[in-house]
Design a protein around this ligand. Structure first.
Ligand SMILES: [Zn+2]
Length: 574
């Protein structure tokens, strides 16, 4: 008999028992109902159990404004200072004061706290890494890539999915283009944001969509002048394809691990040590837990349930979270769609789509009822809101909900995700209500495209980071990967600092948004996001000093090493 089986069972039973005890005595480890109030000492104990690491001294480094050495013990930073000075833990040549500590020469590199991406879809990122990439392709190239991929996959009736196209490349997506490639294999090609797809006739049949099908709430079935679907589905109309894909991935235990490993490898390569993840289903949490036990979880994961499915969200609450590498995150909701698919909910119509103000998803009394539910349960929410009307709706409903107990409302740290355009009068309302802004500077960049979509005035006021910071809003940064072509934090910082707008921020502010800001957004700012004693030893080493290179060269900086919990998880240093 295989002795591993009883051990595994025992471990699972132990986890279930711990969970039950927590439920009974009311402790919710690292959840938003108890947002990380665990004292640093207790965290240390936990860490030693989770991951034993070699105590290491990093010397000949640049840390803060005048430190050059940092000591990591038991997964925590225990000392930061100058080598050789009085009270130092090492000599001027980097020799530690304890022979058990391993000295490492960092070659004068700049060290920052590990980057914390405030919003990703890790499983989808890992899944995409193995699928054809349509980023930047025109119609001809899309035809070629899809044809080749179908031939390579051989004889199967499984739906074919690929991601990444966008309108400037593929002006008139239509099912005819895909019907030419295959009349009987269902095909769905997602636009880069994930908020729209072009599908062939076979896929429309699978979805049960024809000319008589009405638009679903929060979605659009784009139609030809005769009323027949063009094959372009926006937001809720394309959701069933996402849901099926996501469900199938979650049912495949080996596939889950493989895809998460791929995603974590990408995160670590870019210096990311923490993510806010749209995890949504409990098998993914189980997979992350299995990886944690094997030492394969190389990124801290704040796992978000999907609020629109209360059963799925409640099931996720029953999973085990260790409170350090794996924590339970806010409930995720959608208030609107995306700019590029004309579904972000705006106060005034799109510039190139007269009369269309976008597609609200969760709004009105339903939104109030969700906010009331979360407040009563002491839960935090992460609300996707791109358009200024969606933002205003959320702030209106938040103020109304907060009236009874504004302090309690503030403590929950509800977050608005993306917030790409905000009316000037709404900017001070974030600090007033305590609603956080979780932004993704990767979305900045194509001003021409934004002007085409929302006109010059609004495009110039979009992504108002400077105004939000000046108004005292809590701002954090991330990528929304894989909905943007890159997730590199250094690229995000580059864009936030170098944009041609009064809304640009300083290098220091952008770094803070990517570290402390994201830690604050998940309630872990007292133990993560800074290179200081008592904080976890999550560190990134850069090839050039980000504070010294000219701002326009930030994107040329490379991540040389990523350290999680005192352990090197990625390195280019020989
Ligand atoms: Zn997202």
């Amino acid at each position: 008999m295989n002795s591993a089986i009883p051990r595994r069972r025992l471990r699972r039973n132990r986890e279930v028992m711990r969970m039950r005890i927590r439920g009974v005595i009311g402790i919710s480890t690292g959840s938003k109902s108890n947002p990380g109030r665990r004292p640093v000492q207790a965290q240390s104990m936990l860490w030693r159990n989770v991951n034993n690491t070699q105590d290491t001294l990093l010397y000949n480094a640049r840390i803060g404004s005048d430190s050059n050495a940092l000591l990591m013990q038991g997964g925590h930073i225990t000392w930061v200072g100058r080598a050789g000075e009085q009270g130092s833990r090492c000599s001027s040549t980097g020799q530690p004061d304890d022979a058990r500590i391993l000295p490492r020469n960092m070659g004068g590199r700049r060290l920052l706290p590990g980057f914390h991406d405030n919003h990703v879809h890790a499983l989808t990122l890992g899944d995409l890494a193995g699928r054809p990439d349509l980023t930047g392709l025109d119609e001809e190239a899309i035809r070629r890539v899809v044809r080749e991929a179908l031939v390579a996959e051989g004889d199967t009736r499984e739906p074919f999915l690929a991601f990444g196209w966008d309108y400037p490349g593929w002006h008139y997506p239509h099912r005819r283009v895909l019907d030419d490639i295959s009349a009987d294999r269902p095909i769905a090609l997602f636009q880069f944001s994930g908020h729209g797809a072009c599908v062939n006739t076979a896929m429309l049949k699978v979805l049960g969509i024809d000319e008589r099908t009405p638009d679903p709430a929060g979605g659009v079935i784009v139609r030809d002048s005769d009323g027949s679907p063009t094959g372009v589905l926006r937001d809720a109309a394309a959701n069933p394809i996402h849901q099926k894909r996501f469900f199938r991935l979650n049912m495949n235990r080996a596939g889950l691990r493989e895809r998460f490993l791929k995603a974590f490898e990408i995160f670590n390569r870019h210096g990311i040590t923490s993510i806010g993840d749209n995890t949504w289903l409990v098998p993914s949490v189980w997979a992350l837990n299995r990886m944690r036990r094997r030492g394969e979880l190389t990124c801290r994961v704040h796992s978000w349930p999907y609020g629109a499915s209360r059963i799925a969200a409640r099931t996720m609450a029953l999973a085990y979270y260790d409170g350090a590498l794996l924590r339970r995150g806010p409930w995720k909701y959608f208030l609107d769609g995306a700019f590029s698919t004309h579904t972000a909910w705006l106060c005034e119509a799109y510039e190139n789509d007269a009369g269309n103000v976008g597609t609200p998803v969760l709004h009105g009394d339903q939104l109030s009822s969700v906010l009331g539910f979360l407040t009563r349960r002491g839960l935090s929410g992460a609300f996707h809101a791109i358009g200024d009307r969606a933002v205003k709706e959320f702030l209106d409903r938040s103020e109304a909900t907060a009236t009874a107990d504004p302090d309690r409302f503030r403590l929950l740290r509800h977050r608005l995700e993306h917030v790409q355009i905000v009316q000037q009068t709404d900017i001070p309302r974030f600090a007033k209500t305590g609603v956080l802004v979780a932004a993704q500077p990767h979305a900045i960049g194509d001003m021409e495209k934004d002007i085409r979509l929302i006109g010059e005035t609004r495009a110039r006021q979009a992504y108002p980071y400077r105004s939000l910071l000046d108004a005292g809003a809590a701002l954090s940064f991330g990528s929304d990967a894989p909905a943007e072509p890159t997730l590199a934090p250094l690229e995000g910082i580059h864009k936030a600092v170098n944009r041609d707008s009064n809304e640009r921020v300083s290098v220091e502010e952008a770094i803070r948004c990517y570290t402390e800001g994201s830690a604050y957004a998940e309630g872990s700012e007292h133990w993560k996001g800074r290179l200081e004693p008592g904080f976890v030893a999550d560190v990134v080493a850069l090839s050039k000093d980000i504070y010294e290179v000219p701002a326009e060269a930030i994107r040329t900086i490379k991540v040389d090493e990523t350290i999680l919990n005192g352990r090197v998880v990625y390195s280019r240093i020989s």
